[in-house]
Design a protein around this ligand. Structure first.
Ligand code: PMP
Length: 429
């Protein structure tokens, strides 16, 4: 596979950006080698600047549930653009997108749009602290909630990929208010709440973890956490930046029967443009300025093009879409597990809906600790063999792969053909 142009651009990018990229995991540090510079995407495929085509299972890290260049998304964005890129004043598309969200999740009584998932979690956490008058936040080891100061503690995703401890630059005085627990361990949460429940403003959780690779919540775990929050007067924040409108029409919350106090969104609700949102009970949301005293703002919040992309995306997602995603993803997961078995490679394929991870591990993977036990060298060899065969997976063991509605049955079969060879390559070395 020819990669000269990508290499040239990466060399130049390294003189301009730290590590040559504008977001860490893009640099391929977790798997070695340099990233491919992407020229364009279409449907299920990415095309790099050297002219190579890839079946894409990253989907811009989740937003592109309809695939690249979805015609209706493109049309809505172009329509919006014709009237001006941004007004810094209310505009009608904000209401359309908000109503689409509330129709699907009526318990999200009020919401606020922002421009990224990080802003959404930052706003929700500040609101929870302002609402409860408490400072402590509980999060789970390996859950990623964006790059805000309060949540860059045992944070999964790029922090895990790069093997970084908690980030320098977050003051210790600040980080001490972030308490971490193992995912899927309700007993540990009970013990923490028993010891200091009165100081906890909120618990934030990925309902299905994507940022340590896919971790599946055990039955009763999330409900148990919510019950502890209720008992101790803390707010329960479900971070659906990745799972929202990906795992079901009503997000992971509907799929799992959760009704949190606050929820955060991003990715799919922006259809590939920069959008995030947080919302929940009106009584809580009305503490946000200008209705209330908790400050939050954004120059480009509710941007008309971004709202247009989100509107076109949500309008195309029907119950049948999720059935189709489930079927394609199940076939992919089963085929990958079978291919690994045939090649004699022990793996755990964790999947919920269209999010999945192949963990190179003999043991079940259910929390950050068990994920860290994976053979990342095998993963890297598998990743590169797949890339060479034209399949673009997330370049880290600790990320989720995403199936989109643009992936055809033939795409899935081609992926499995590539995997049969790639699993054998994973063993060599
Ligand atoms: N929360 C979760 C669960 C995420 O997966 C992400 C991004 N991967 C974020 C928050 C942060 O979103 P953004 O990158 O848009 O700031």
């Amino acid at each position: 596979m020819k990669t000269e142009l990508s290499e040239k651009l990466f060399a130049k990018a390294n003189t301009l950006f730290p590590g040559g990229v504008n977001s860490p995991v893009r640099a391929f540090k977790g798997v070695g080698g340099g990233p491919r510079f992407i020229a364009r995407g279409k449907g299920s495929r990415l095309f790099d600047v050297d002219g190579n085509a890839y079946l894409d299972y990253v989907g811009s890290w989740g937003p592109l549930i309809l695939g690249h260049c979805n015609p209706e998304v493109m049309r809505e964005v172009q329509d919006a653009m014709k009237s001006g890129a941004s007004f810094g004043a209310p505009s009608p598309r904000e209401i359309v997108l908000a109503e689409l969200i509330r129709e699907r999740m009526p318990w999200v009584e009020k919401m606020r749009f922002v421009s990224s998932g990080t802003e959404a979690t930052t706003g929700a956490i500040r609101l929870a602290r302002g609402f409860t008058g408490r400072d402590d936040l509980v999060k789970f080891d390996g859950c990623f909630h964006g790059a805000g100061d309060s949540v860059l503690v045992k944070a999964g995703s790029g922090v895990e990929t790069l093997g970084l401890p908690d980030s320098p630059g977050v003051p210790a005085d600040f980080a001490k208010h972030t308490l971490t627990l193992p995912y899927n361990d309700l007993a540990a949460a009970e013990a923490l709440f028993a010891a200091r429940g009165g100081t906890i403003a909120a618990v934030i959780v990925e309902p299905v973890v994507g940022n340590m690779g896919v971790l599946v919540p055990r039955p009763g775990f999330l409900e148990g956490i919510h019950a502890l929050c209720r008992k101790h007067g803390a707010l329960f924040i479900v971070d659906e930046v990745m799972t929202g409108f990906r795992l079901a029409m009503g997000g992971a919350c509907d799929r799992l029967g959760l009704r949190p106090d606050l929820v955060t969104f991003g990715k799919v609700i922006g259809g590939g443009l920069p959008v995030g949102a947080f919302g929940g009970r009106a009584e809580v949301m009305d503490r946000i300025a200008p209705a209330g005293p908790v400050y939050q703002s954004g120059t480009l919040s509710g941007n008309p093009m971004a709202m247009g992309a989100g509107i076109a995306t949500l309008r195309q997602l029907t119950p049948a879409s999720y059935e189709r995603l489930e079927a394609a993803s199940a076939r992919l997961a089963e085929g990958l597990a079978a291919a690994a078995r045939e090649a004699g490679v022990p793996v755990q394929v964790n999947r919920v809906g269209s999010m999945l991870t192949v963990f190179f591990s003999e043991q079940p993977v259910f929390d950050a600790q068990s994920a860290r036990g994976c053979d990342t060298k095998r993963f890297s060899r598998f990743f590169h063999a797949m890339l060479e065969a034209g399949v673009y997976l997330p370049p880290s063991q600790f990320e989720a792969a995403f199936v989109s509605l643009a992936h055809s049955d033939e795409d899935v079969e081609a992926t499995l053909d590539a995997a049969k060879v790639a699993f054998r390559a994973a063993l060599q070395g």
